[in-house]
Design a protein around this ligand. Structure first.
Ligand code: BDP
Length: 515
C-alpha cells in the first residue's frame, strides 16, 4: 500500500465472498471497483408476485375504476408486472362500509375524535358492483388482491358480511384479508390513547377475524399493517402463541414512507438517495423478519412511498424516485420480504385519505406555479401510475419498481455486495441473483449524484456465455422521466470478466447467458 497515495488506494475487502479489489481515484474521476461474484450460497427467494401497488378503499366508490372497461389502467398494471398484487386499504378503509344492496341504509357510525391534520370522518360505501368489477379487473391484469376491511369504525358482523361476498366474488384472486390500516396510529383518532396497545388491537382483530373465519372457513389474513412502529410485529409474535385456535395468518405487514410531508425541508432528492435513508429500512426489516421467523411467516411491505401525505413534487415524481424504488425493492426482497406495494391512485382518493388536500399542491402554488403547470404533475405526486384524464402513465417511481421486479422469481446470491461499494466511497448498491431460468443477474444502482462507477465484474464460476446489459436512466435526477434501455448487442466476456461503467444517477442490470 505504501506506493499508493491518498487519492489512489487499494482495499481488499475482508469478505469471504465476494472478493473485492478496489481502486478508487480521488477528485471527480470514476470510482473503480473490481468485483467477483459469489458462488453457490443462495439467500432469499423473490416471489414471482413481488411487485405490488396499494390503493385506497375510497377508490372503490367509483366502480368503473377497477373494471374491465378501464383498459388503460389494465395496460399500465400489466406493464408493471404480469403477476402483481393489488392491495386495497389506506386511511379511507377505516371509513369504508359494506353496502350490500342499493337501498341498504348507511349504518350508524361510532363517534370518532376529530384531530387537526388527520382525515375527517367521511364515509365510503363499498358495493357489490365495485367488488364484481374488481374481480374482472384482476382477471384481466393477472394480478391478485390483498383486500382491506376496516377496523376503526366497523363491526365483526359487517366485516363478515363483506368478507363473504368478497371471498366468493374474487375467488382465487384473493390472497388474503387485511383488517385495519395503520393500527399503531389509532390512538391519534380512533381509539383511546390510554388503553390502545398491541394487545388491545389483537383482541379486537381476533373478534373480527374469527367472525370472518366462521363464515369464510378458508379465509387467510395479513396483519398488523402498522404505519411506522414496527416493534408491533415482535410484540404480536410474543402474544401469538397464547392465541387459542388462531385464524389463518399468512403474512406480517408494515408500511414505510421515507419522510414527509411535502413541506418538510428534509424531503429532498439528496436525502432520499442517501445510504442513510435505507438504514432505517434495514433496521425495520430486521425487526419485522425476526418476528416473522418466530411465527413461520413472511413479511410484506403493504404500503409506502417516498413522502407521506401524497408525495412531494420534484422528489416523488422524478427519476430520483425510480432509483429509490429500485433500490428499496431489492433491499426488501434480499431481506426475504414476500413483496412490496407502493401506494398511489387518483389525486382525489389520496387527498381524501389525508384530510382532503395534498400539501404538494400548496407547495407548487407557493412557488407561483400555474394551475395548468400543476396539472402536469401526477396526483398524488408519488403515485406509481399517474391518472391524466382517461390516460394512465407509469411514473418514474413505478418504472424503478418494475426494473427491480425483473428479478421476480429469482434467488439472491448470499453476499453483501453493497457494503464494499459504499466503503469505496460511492453511494451505490448491488444485488446478484440466480433467475428462475438459471441465468445470473447482477443489478448495480448508482445513486451517487456525482461519481461514476468504473466496474470490473469477474463472473467467476458463473462465467459462461454473453452478457446482456440494460440500464435504468434519465437525463437527470430531477427529470420527470425514467427509461429502461436494453443494449442492442450482448457483450462478450474477456477471461470471464466484463469492464463497464455505471454512470452516476443510473442503474445497470447485467444478465449472463447460460453455457
Ligand atoms: C398512509 C395512509 C394513506 C395515505 C398515506 C399518505 O395509510 O391512506 O394516503 O399515508 O400520507 O399513512 O400519503
Amino acid at each position: 500500500m505504501s506506493t499508493l497515495s491518498r487519492r489512489n488506494f487499494l482495499v481488499t475487502a475482508a469478505l469471504a465472498a465476494p472478493t473485492l479489489r478496489l481502486l478508487a481515484q480521488g477528485g471527480n474521476g470514476p470510482v473503480a471497483v473490481a468485483l467477483t461474484l459469489p458462488t453457490e450460497a443462495l439467500g432469499a427467494k423473490m416471489p414471482a408476485d413481488f411487485v405490488g401497488l396499494s390503493y385506497e378503499i375510497q377508490q372503490l366508490t367509483d366502480p368503473k375504476f377497477f373494471s374491465l372497461a378501464n383498459t388503460g389502467l389494465i395496460r399500465a398494471f400489466r406493464q408493471l408486472s404480469a403477476h402483481g398484487v393489488l392491495r386495497l386499504g389506506g386511511n379511507t378503509s377505516e371509513f369504508g362500509y359494506w353496502k350490500p344492496t342499493a337501498d341498504a341504509p348507511e349504518p350508524a357510525h361510532p363517534a370518532t375524535r376529530e384531530v387537526a391534520g388527520e382525515p375527517k370522518a367521511e364515509y365510503y360505501a363499498v358495493t357489490p358492483e365495485a367488488v364484481r368489477n374488481l374481480a374482472a379487473f384482476l382477471k384481466a391484469t393477472g394480478w391478485s388482491c390483498l383486500y382491506g376491511i376496516g377496523m376503526g369504525t366497523n363491526t365483526p358482523e359487517r366485516a363478515a358480511d363483506e368478507a363473504v361476498f368478497v371471498a366468493k366474488t374474487l375467488g382465487a384472486s384473493l390472497q388474503y384479508f387485511q383488517i385495519g390500516n395503520e393500527v399503531d396510529l389509532f390512538d391519534r383518532h380512533l381509539r383511546d390513547p390510554k388503553t390502545w396497545t398491541p394487545k388491545a388491537y389483537l383482541d379486537e382483530w381476533l373478534a373480527i377475524a374469527r367472525a370472518v373465519t366462521a363464515r369464510v372457513p378458508e379465509a387467510r389474513f395479513g396483519l398488523p399493517d402498522v404505519a411506522s412502529d414496527v416493534t408491533w410485529l415482535p410484540q404480536i409474535a410474543t402474544l401469538w402463541p397464547a392465541v387459542e385456535n388462531p385464524p389463518h395468518v399468512t403474512t406480517l405487514s408494515h408500511h414505510h414512507y421515507f419522510d414527509g410531508p411535502a413541506t418538510n425541508p428534509h424531503v429532498t432528492i439528496e436525502n432520499l438517495l442517501k445510504a442513510e435513508s435505507m438504514r432505517k429500512v434495514q433496521h425495520n426489516a430486521d425487526l419485522a423478519t425476526g418476528a416473522a421467523d418466530a411465527m413461520h411467516l413472511r413479511v410484506r411491505m403493504t404500503e409506502g412511498n417516498t413522502c407521506y401525505r401524497g408525495g412531494k413534487p420534484g422528489v416523488s415524481d422524478v427519476f430520483a424516485a425510480a432509483l429509490w424504488s429500485a433500490d428499496y425493492s431489492l433491499l426488501l426482497a434480499s431481506n426475504n420480504y414476500s413483496g412490496i406495494n407502493l401506494h398511489g391512485g387518483t389525486g382525489k382518493s389520496v387527498a381524501n385519505s389525508v384530510g382532503g388536500f395534498l400539501p404538494g399542491d400548496g407547495l407548487l402554488r407557493e412557488q407561483g406555479k400555474s394551475e395548468a403547470e400543476i396539472a402536469t404533475h401526477p396526483h398524488p405526486f408519488y403515485t406509481p401510475i399517474g391518472t391524466f384524464g382517461d390516460k394512465y402513465i407509469v411514473q418514474p417511481v413505478g418504472i424503478g419498481l418494475g426494473f427491480a421486479g425483473k428479478l421476480s422469481g429469482a434467488t439472491f446470491l448470499k453476499a453483501d455486495l453493497t457494503a464494499p461499494l459504499q466503503s469505496a466511497g460511492i453511494n451505490a448498491t448491488a444485488y446478484a441473483a440466480r433467475l428462475a431460468n438459471g441465468r445470473t443477474s447482477l443489478v448495480i444502482i448508482n445513486k451517487d449524484l456525482e461519481k461514476d462507477l468504473a466496474l470490473t465484474v469477474d463472473f467467476g464460476t458463473h462465467a459462461a456465455g454473453l452478457v446482456h446489459a440494460e440500464t435504468l436512466r434519465a437525463p437527470s435526477a430531477d427529470s420527470r422521466e425514467a427509461h429502461i434501455e436494453p443494449e442492442a448487442k450482448p457483450r462478450a466476456l474477456k477471461a470471464g470478466k466484463l469492464a463497464i461503467t455505471v454512470p452516476h444517477t443510473s442503474a445497470l442490470r447485467l444478465t449472463l447467458e447460460k453455457k
